[in-house]
Design a protein around this ligand. Structure first.
Ligand code: 0X9
Ligand code: ZN
Length: 325
């Protein structure tokens, strides 16, 4: 692993395995499911043991083209695990569940076929079903013509079962914001939701890393007319993150609800984490930049983005490690 270039999924997977193998006393991999094309959804649990500790969930790569997200999540793993001696209390007092690439099929497709691919790679309902065949490699390269001509994939951030299809999602499989034919139609979102539900009482902080626009987004995204009752608590904690992040090299983040800062859209993971799993602090972080390079952020910015984002995450983790709820 390096933070000088963007890596393919297999490198990121190998890094997770490497950490689990090298730091056995604090790392454990948990396979939470499999993508449509048969890739493994592997969470790294980082913890130095103990019972009933608050946990932090971090996922990256829900949208294929947002490459800075998995790169930043692996940078967070680097700091958390390989530099753990700098902050032992973050492992002693907390558990971490980290999924660097939550939409591996979309991520790979954006590397190999279409740099701006956003969605998963599932086949619309009603089409001929295919099965992954690991012996032949993933079957995306052997799609029959009948399927190739159809629109593939669901926007995994419109697919969560909370206010699904209320706003900002499409029912047309050809659209980039296609919400799926039903909530949790995608094995990737289903697997994440199942895992999070199993740990919902433990998870105090939910972070989903996306790009771009430099915004720290607070629920709700599904409406701009009401805010969660405890919006102020969420705002105050996020402010700590944004300030710590800015202190590194002056990067400015906007802080507010998705609906007020970008657009209203429902069926996203942050709203589900807040509204269904009842995780009090649920955020979407839109990483750099503000649009100059957009999704095609030069690899030379991975390290600085990693550093500042880690400081932001660390500030929030510190809050929970000190015993606050
Ligand atoms: O539209 C999205 O899914 C996210 N932006 S992105 O450019 N990465 O696609 C924002 C999601 C914000 N959260 C909610 N709308 N609930
Ligand atoms: Zn995104």
């Amino acid at each position: 692993m390096s933070w000088r270039r963007y890596h393919r999924f297999k490198d990121i997977e190998s890094y997770i395995d490497y950490l689990a193998h090298t730091y056995k006393e604090i790392c454990e991999t948990v396979i939470i499911g499999t993508s449509t094309e048969g890739r493994t959804l592997k969470v790294l649990k980082v913890s130095s043991g103990g019972q009933n500790k608050p946990a932090i969930w971090i996922d990256g790569g829900l949208h294929g083209r947002e490459w800075i997200s998995p790169a930043t999540v692996t940078y967070i793993l680097l700091q958390l695990v390989e530099f753990r001696d700098k902050h032992p209390h973050l492992l002693e007092n907390l558990d971490w569940y980290i999924l660097p690439v939550s939409n591996p099929d979309g991520y790979e497709y954006s590397h190999v076929h279409d740099r701006l691919w956003r969605k998963t790679r599932s086949i619309p309902v009603g089409s001929k079903k295919r099965r992954p065949n690991p012996a032949l490699g993933y079957w995306s390269d052997a799609i029959p013509y009948s399927v190739r001509s159809q629109c593939v994939g669901v926007d995994p951030n419109r697919n969560w079962d909370f206010q699904w299809m209320k706003v900002g999602g499409s029912s047309n499989p050809c659209d980039d914001n296609f919400a799926g034919h039903k909530p949790f139609s995608e094995p990737e979102t289903r697997a994440m939701a199942d895992f999070i539900m199993q740990h919902k009482d433990q998870i105090h902080l939910f972070l989903s890393l996306h790009s771009y626009s430099q915004m720290w987004l607070i629920p709700w995204g599904w409406t701009d007319t009401v805010k969660p009752d405890d919006y102020y608590d969420m705002y105050v904690l996020a402010e700590k993150g944004v300030n710590a992040l800015k202190a590194v090299r002056g990067t400015d983040y906007l802080l507010g609800t998705s609906a007020e800062l970008i657009y209203a859209s429902s069926g996203a993971s942050d709203d589900w984490a807040k509204g269904v799993a009842q995780i009090k602090y649920a955020y979407t972080i839109e990483l750099p930049d503000t649009g100059n390079h957009g999704f095609i952020l030069p690899a030379s910015q991975i390290e600085s983005t990693g550093q500042e984002t880690w400081e932001g995450v660390r500030a929030l983790a510190q809050h929970f490690a000190e015993g606050y709820n």
